[in-house]
Design a binder for this molecule. Structure first.
Ligand code: PMP
Length: 370
């Protein structure tokens, strides 16, 4: 499972371009929000002042918060990591053999990661996908050769017609088929424990005070958190959960109960097995409008072509990082790419239709552009 991030060579196939994503400073977004950590004015202690041979009053701008840009993975999201890893683990364990069919219930990105691995390795892939998920994801999945079955978004996770229920039925009906099952597969958090977290520690030189990620299966946050807490015991782990989902703790935060929302890939009406919430110190709830407006800012102000859950994560990071001190570093994970949402939040008409953009918000965006 070891990764080779040496880019000065020809890759054997595109699966080798999974992992090793860039960590990029957010130079404008946090600053505008008045964050102190890592972009605030750093007041020198007398000891440090004498070290730098300058007065204690001298102020520095230190580093901005850091974004781990997972949309640079081969299939466009953080879930490529687990798609590849779950397939290769099943092959090693003899559960997946040539001619077999991979079936997976997903909000799309795990499906794309699995379909990418299936395309390269020659497996059949069937993806069960709630209706809510974007046409862009469907088209990419189809282009990768996956077969897609849409399921009602409002079906409860344990209902027979949910994406999970339908995948289970197909698994029984299709001989030589396998559900990797991202909700319970240990390779989901392990991909982040061994990969994403190690990369972050190396990229940040071991200086991380807070890590923020939005949660779906929770594999990303649980896997990254476990490794970071082992290596950096004082780190704070912050989970981001959309209103309408019930992943956050304490439960009082989920006061809106289970209802629909537009941001894709995060939040659930059940707590997946891989989401060990004991690794998460704090949860922040977010809503659609602030998340999509933040994704548009990340694109426009930072040039980061990310998706909607990335906006939610940064909204959560900005709220949580207000507790950090000057000089401390917050790292936030941007899970997928705007490619999945070209006809959704990237589109002004879609934003207006859903009440996420009025004349005032449009004017503010235009002014910032200028
Ligand atoms: N953002 C997006 C866009 C996703 O597709 C997912 C995965 N469903 C996540 C965030 C959350 O990742 P995880 O499942 O590891 O919690």
């Amino acid at each position: 499972m070891t990764q080779n991030f040496d880019r000065n060579r020809i890759l054997n196939n595109i699966l080798e371009h999974i992992g090793g994503t860039p960590a990029v400073r957010l130079n404008r977004v946090g600053k505008d929000e008045g964050l102190q950590c890592e972009l605030g004015i750093y007041q020198l202690t007398p000891a440090k002042a004498s070290m730098f041979k300058c007065s204690k009053e001298l102020t520095f701008h230190s580093h901005p918060p850091v974004a781990k840009c997972e949309f640079f993975n081969a299939g466009g999201s953080v879930k490529d990591r687990i798609g590849k890893r779950m397939v290769e683990a099943a092959e090693k364990e003899g559960k997946l053999k040539p001619g077999y069919t991979i079936i997976e219930p997903t909000s799309g990105n795990t499906g794309i990661g699995l379909a990418l691995a299936a395309a390269v390795k020659g497996y059949r892939a069937i993806i069960t996908l709630p209706e809510k998920m974007s046409q862009e994801k469907v088209d990419v999945l189809k282009a990768l050769g996956a077969e897609i079955i849409r399921t009602p978004t409002e079906a409860a996770w344990d209902a027979p017609d949910s994406h999970i229920g339908v995948a289970k039925r197909l698994n029984q009906e299709i001989p030589n088929s396998l559900i990797p099952d991202q909700y319970s597969n240990v390779n989901n958090p392990l991909a982040h424990y061994e990969g994403t977290a190690e990369e972050l520690i190396a990229q940040c030189g071991g200086h991380i005070d807070m890590f923020v990620a939005s949660a779906g299966t929770g594999g990303t946050i649980a896997g990254v958190a476990k490794k970071l807490k082992e290596k950096l015991p004082n780190i704070r782990i912050v989970g981001v959960d959309p209103n309408g989902s019930i992943l956050a703790l304490p439960d009082a935060l989920n006061k809106e109960g289970i209802h629909g929302y537009q941001v894709e890939g995060i939040g659930y009406d059940f707590v997946p097995e891989v989401l060990d919430r004991s690794w998460v110190d704090e949860w922040v709830k977010t809503d659609d409008k602030e998340s999509f407006l933040m994704s548009r800012r990340l694109i426009r102000e930072e040039g980061l072509l990310c998706g909607g859950s990335a906006g939610a994560a940064v909204v959560g990071a900005i709220k949580a990082a207000k507790s950090l001190k000057p000089g401390q570093r917050c790292v936030v994970l941007l899970a997928d790419s705007v490619r999945n949402y070209m006809t959704k939040f990237l589109n002004d008409d879609w934003m207006k239709k859903h009440g996420f953009m009025d004349e005032q918000t449009k004017k503010v965006e235009e002014e910032k552009k200028g």
